[in-house]
Design a binder for this molecule. Structure first.
Ligand SMILES: [Fe+2]
Length: 326
């Protein structure tokens, strides 16, 4: 298996590159060296690596930008930031920017081999999970696309929710969870009959009761997928209301997971500002008024305020905009 494990090592010290290469080659890993980010970038554009070990202080790139570039080109790579003793704080900070691990230099070859064996196993499992997750996302987007009225709904909800999460300065990991949960939030609708889901008119009480089962169905569908465990609470609770009047559990206030409260605002705004079989889209300004009106009843007031700030910044709170531009 090891001969199929590709490791890219990026460091401006040749001695460190050679020491990594020697140690890893003995384990049978395929090691590629790069002396700077420019060289490394060419490699990651050409091939997928299992593991990328990069020095925190490369002269030609900031580590946060480097992590972003790696994720664009090598989305399944396990990113390890290495650092000398004096830069260890920066290496730890890199975890907030999406690195998976950090190593302190100088390395003990025996330690690094043990660490690397564990990481190789972890990375393989992670790739399996991510590939499975990608398949589920495709299903969720396909579900969205079957209906003219909900076309692009989950995608748009996700964009709003991520904007809110970033405005709240949530961590990289929390933003990621919200992004994934946004795409999957309505996946439970797969278990609702088409006559109800695609009904071109208002729902009866019985039909509405059926629709309300979708967060529970979503949870049941996704529960066996281990890597989705941290997204499921957001999906399950995205129809709770801050006053406890929502579903499925009638949770109140802060008992509702933060990500679910964010999705609730994004979801409601997207739904209001898009056409439905029984009504036209509301203009953005009216939808904003509705969010304000239901602050503290349906929605977390702080999250509504944050979202209004986001909309204000992009000029969405002006009368000239109508909902079709949303
Ligand atoms: Fe929903």
């Amino acid at each position: 298996m090891n001969e199929r494990t590709y490791i890219l090592v990026v460091d401006d010290e040749q001695a460190i590159l050679d020491s990594f290469s020697k140690t890893f080659a003995q384990e049978g890993y395929q090691v590629i060296q790069a002396k700077n980010w420019g060289e490394a970038h060419l490699h990651i554009k050409r091939q997928q690596f299992n593991i990328i070990i990069a020095d925190v202080k490369l002269s030609d790139i900031e580590f946060s930008q480097m992590i972003e570039n790696i994720k664009e080109e090598n989305k399944y790579a396990y990113i390890i930031i290495s650092a000398g003793f004096s830069d260890i704080d920066a290496a730890m900070k890199s975890l907030r920017h999406g690195a998976h691990d950090y190593l302190s230099k100088p390395f003990d070859p025996a330690d690094i081999v043990t660490t690397m064996r564990k990481i190789v196993d972890k990375q393989r499992l992670q790739v399996d999970n991510l590939q499975l997750f990608d398949t589920i996302k495709v299903l969720a987007l396909a579900l969205d696309a079957r209906d003219h009225y909900t076309h692009g709904h989950s995608q748009q909800v996700t964009e709003y929710a991520v904007d809110i999460a970033r405005e709240m300065e949530l961590s990289f990991k929390e933003v990621d969870i919200i992004r994934d949960a946004g795409i999957l939030h309505d996946i439970g609708k797969i278990g609702i009959a088409d006559v109800i889901l695609l009904k071109p008119g208002r729902l009866t009480d019985e039909e509405y009761t059926e629709i309300k089962k979708h967060p529970v169905i979503g949870k049941k569908i996704l529960e066996p997928v281990h890597c989705l465990a941290d997204k499921i609470p957001l999906i399950y609770h995205h129809h709770e209301r801050i006053d406890g009047g929502g579903y499925p559990d009638g949770l109140e206030g802060d008992n509702i997971p933060l990500g679910a409260r964010i999705l609730a605002v994004a979801d409601a705004y997207q739904a209001m500002t898009s056409d439905r079989p029984y009504r036209k889209a509301l203009p953005a300004l009216i939808a904003i008024e509705e969010l304000k009106r239901f602050k503290s009843r349906q929605f977390d007031p702080n999250i509504v305020d944050v979202f209004l700030r986001v909309l204000r910044r992009v000029g969405m709170d002006k009368p000239a905009n109508n909902s079709n531009d949303v």
